[in-house]
Design a binder for this molecule. Structure first.
Ligand SMILES: O=C(c1ccccc1)c1ccc(O)c(O)c1[N+](=O)[O-]
Ligand SMILES: [Mg+2]
Length: 217
């Protein structure tokens, strides 16, 4: 084949989605994953919860760890106000390249910045290099064992304020046990678990965790 699954998905999007229309890009990506090849997007059910969080929170500065092909980046950014922005971090260069194309196809390149680095490095640079003061929304969707390292780094950098939301995917499959124990045990967060289906698999249960920061700023 010579192509990767992510490149095949991008090709499908370019051929079937309406350019400049984020809703069309998302619908087309879901169609690709249901009819052609599975991909690890925060799809329908998880996406609906993410949509509701963004609508309610109206965040101005969002951080996503784990861009993959940009599905959730588009999902978040399509609801952001004109001056709001999303910084999304992807360590895999092939994924980052595809994500940049998907973001462009959706017409959201002015709201989304895809950074191809290790999340642990970029969190320390957000204030100085990326002009971030506080994060209103954090979406954890990268390697599951890194959730706990990175949330501690985010706290260390004092990037959260009262009301900031940390939303974590896959807390059941593949699972992030250390993270769940940490965040649920912390007095600095009020956490809510949502039982959802694993993306595109109607017979598999996963879970997402929404944690509202109530700690010191
Ligand atoms: O880790 C996997 C994984 C593991 C094994 C095979 C395929 C994917 C995964 C599965 C579902 C997700 O929603 C997700 O974000 C990830 N991920 O890599 O971050
Ligand atoms: Mg995920």
């Amino acid at each position: 084949k010579g192509t990767t699954r992510e490149q095949r998905a991008l090709k499908y999007l370019k051929e079937h989605a309406r350019e400049g229309d984020p809703d069309s890009v998302l619908e087309t990506f879901d169609e690709f994953c249901r009819t052609q090849e599975w991909a690890m997007n925060a799809a329908e059910e998880k996406g609906d919860i993410l949509d509701e969080i963004v609508r309610e929170l109206r965040p101005t500065t969002c951080l996503e760890l784990g861009t993959y092909c940009g599905y959730s980046a588009v999902r978040i950014a399509r609801q952001l106000s004109p001056s709001a922005r999303l910084i999304t971090v992807e360590v895999n260069p092939d994924y980052a390249a595809v994500a940049r194309e998907v973001v462009k196809l959706a017409g959201l390149q002015d709201k989304i910045e895809v950074i191809n680095v290790d999340s642990g490095d970029v969190i320390r640079e957000l204030k100085d290099k990326y002009d971030v003061t506080k994060l209103d929304l954090v979406f954890l969707d990268h390697w599951k064992y890194l959730y706990i390292r990175d949330i501690k780094l985010i706290e260390e950098e004092k990037l959260l304020k009262k009301g900031s939301v940390v939303f974590a995917d896959n807390v059941i499959i593949p699972g992030a046990p250390g993270y769940l124990e940490y965040i649920r045990g912390s007095k600095n967060y009020n956490s809510t678990f949502y039982s959802v289906h694993f993306e595109y698999m109607d017979d598999m249960k996963d879970g997402v965790e929404k944690s509202v920061y109530i700690g010191d700023e």
